[in-house]
Design a protein around this ligand. Structure first.
Ligand code: SF4
Length: 305
């Protein structure tokens, strides 16, 4: 069996940096927490737990810090309120917010201080959007073009001369952002559009599309609760003209696309070497060890077959 990795896969620069910062902090004797789960991957979370890193749920009342305890802020960032609440409780902050997310936060704050009404295109409950919203007083979160039109009309009814701008969640699909911006422009034709989408997501999706053409089956490694991993599955399904459940194995027409969280979940067809060439991709929160182990399992089962 031949296993081909996508040319871009796994940890993006922001997530890799956040994990590195957390592990570096955990190497010292102090107690280390993360503000919410650092990463949407069960294997990575287990590894962090084994290093003694605990999760502080943001909504919960943070305990008062033990002497020298540190809280690592994850790549998605947090609101300024969460940041100061943690400092007030006595924690030292290790800020692992992705620099690209930081830029969106700074932009939101500057615009908002200048009296600009800011639309935030993205998922209302996503930590990154919640964090940026904390910097944009009166920021309006819109999840779709429909949402955007409605939100813009409500704002226009109250402030027809409002100066407006829109910022995207870094992982938003370009097509979705274009649709949202188009809807906003119908009401506020002079709205300033900021392109804050990160190329990491698109690079992984494009690499996967190219890979689908070269192989007989695709394995996507990642957490089922990871939005970007699920998006990779959808991209592969479309590229492989797959019907049926993406996570259910090889049923249906086209090339099979299977999501696995770890090597133990590898479907039997892959283990018996049913496919001559298997493509491997992974979500932005999938640890290198998981990708390596899956690749090893595929290669050894191919040998066995
Ligand atoms: S996807 Fe991009 S913006 Fe988001 S954490 Fe990764 S590098 Fe940063």
């Amino acid at each position: 069996m031949n296993v081909i990795r996508a040319s871009a896969l796994g940890y993006c620069a922001g997530v890799r940096r956040a994990v590195d910062i957390a592990l570096r902090e955990a190497a010292a004797p102090q107690k280390v927490y993360t503000a919410g789960p650092l990463i949407h991957n069960p294997v990575a979370l287990e590894t962090l737990k084994m290093r003694g890193i605990e999760i502080l749920e943001e909504d919960a009342d943070a305990p008062r810090a033990a002497q020298g305890a540190v809280v690592v802020i994850r790549a998605h960032g947090v609101t300024p309120r969460t940041d100061s609440r943690l400092r007030d409780r006595g924690f030292r902050i290790a800020d692992a917010s992705c620099p690209k997310v930081k830029r969106s936060q700074t932009l939101a704050r500057k615009l908002s201080e200048a009296g600009v009404r800011v639309f935030l295109a993205g998922e209302k409950r996503h930590a990154e959007i919640v964090g940026i919203q904390g910097y944009a007083s009166g920021g309006i979160v819109v999840e779709s073009a429909h949402d955007a039109l409605e939100g813009a009309r409500i704002l226009f009814a109250e402030y027809p001369a409002a100066e407006t701008a829109v910022i995207a969640q870094t992982t938003l699909a370009a097509e979705d952002y274009a649709a949202i911006c188009g809807a906003l422009q119908m009401v506020f034709p002079r709205i300033t559009i900021y392109n804050t989408i990160c190329s990491a997501t698109r690079e992984r999706q494009n690499a996967l599309r190219a890979l689908c053409e070269k192989v007989d089956a695709i394995i996507i490694a990642g957490g089922r609760n990871s939005a970007n991993t699920q998006r990779l599955v959808a991209v592969a399904r479309a590229a492989c003209s797959m019907s049926g459940e993406a996570t259910g194995g090889a049923a249906g027409a086209g090339k099979p696309v299977v999501l696995v969280e770890n090597a133990r979940e590898m479907p039997e067809a892959f283990l018996r070497g049913a496919y001559a060439a298997v493509g491997l991709s992974a979500g932005a929160s999938t640890p290198d060890e998981v990708i390596d182990e899956i690749e090893r399992t595929l290669l050894s089962s191919g040998d066995a077959g």
